[in-house]
Design a protein around this ligand. Structure first.
Ligand SMILES: Nc1ncnc2c1ncn2[C@@H]1O[C@H](COP(=O)(O)OP(=O)(O)O)[C@@H](O)[C@H]1O
Ligand SMILES: [Mg+2]
Length: 219
């Protein structure tokens, strides 16, 4: 069964076409790496898949159900661009607030995920004092903590040092082992995803094409 399916999706901004007739399907448990040049529409595709942006035409299906205008994809976690948090709260306070929306997880689970990404839950630093890398780790924690069926990650390696990048790869691998039905789209230019990705979607002009291999020449 396809978990995510786009059918003839067209995206325009102020009549300027960005992506034309996008068609792809992603199956349960797949990890797909989405690649393409800067400004080609990678973040936009994640917004369309999650329901944050409505295409001008075409259909988006999540678990074979059409994603209707104004609805967010269910059981979907998304980290798009630089995550933004409330600057006057600590990392844990921010995540607790976000977790309270769905009320699916407890504080212990939040803390566990923070530690996995190398954040200290008892750190009293307000988010306004966070470095780029710490902020990124907080965004990643948010994306993983509710253990959603679909996880959409936009440039997850941004601002991370080598060791932290390695940690992200290990966590993604672990999630896929423990919860093999987790389906992920990862937008990244980072080489380290190519070894764990099942497939590659590449933005080429206004089209999204499927690549069997990670083609360095495409960006
Ligand atoms: N809300 C918007 N309004 C107008 N143009 C937008 C909007 N969002 C994105 N764009 C434009 O669409 C193009 C693709 O953006 P984006 O998806 O962020 O690219 P990428 O993530 O591949 O770098 C860019 O030219 C960007 O300026
Ligand atoms: Mg982007």
């Amino acid at each position: 069964m396809s978990v995510i399916k786009l059918e003839n999706v067209n995206i325009k901004f102020k009549r300027r076409p960005l992506l034309h007739n996008v068609n792809f399907a992603i199956n349960t448990g797949e990890l797909v790496q989405l690649i393409g040049p800067n400004g080609s529409g990678k973040s936009t595709i994640l917004r369309v898949v999650s329901g944050l942006l409505e295409p001008v035409s075409g259909k988006v299906y999540i678990n074979d159900q059409e994603l209707l205008a104004g609805k967010y994809a269910e059981n979907t976690a998304v980290m798009i661009n630089t995550p933004s948090f409330i600057p006057t709260l600590t990392g844990l306070e921010n995540l607790k607030l976000l977790a309270s929306i769905k009320d699916k997880i407890d504080v212990g689970q939040i803390e566990t995920w923070m530690k996995k990404f190398g954040l200290n839950p008892t750190d009293k630093t307000k988010v306004r004092g966070y470095s780029v890398g710490m902020n990124q780790k907080l965004g990643l924690t948010q994306a993983f903590m509710e253990e959603d069926q679909i996880i959409l990650l936009d440039e997850p390696m941004n601002g991370l040092d080598k060791q932290s990048k390695q940690k992200v790869i290990e966590i993604v691998k672990q999630v896929r082992e423990v919860r093999p039905n987790t389906t992920m789209i990862v937008v990244s230019h980072d080489d380290s995803f190519k070894d764990i990705a099942d497939r590659f979607l590449v933005i080429d002009g206004e089209s999204v094409v499927e690549n069997q291999t990670y083609d360095e020449a495409t960006f």
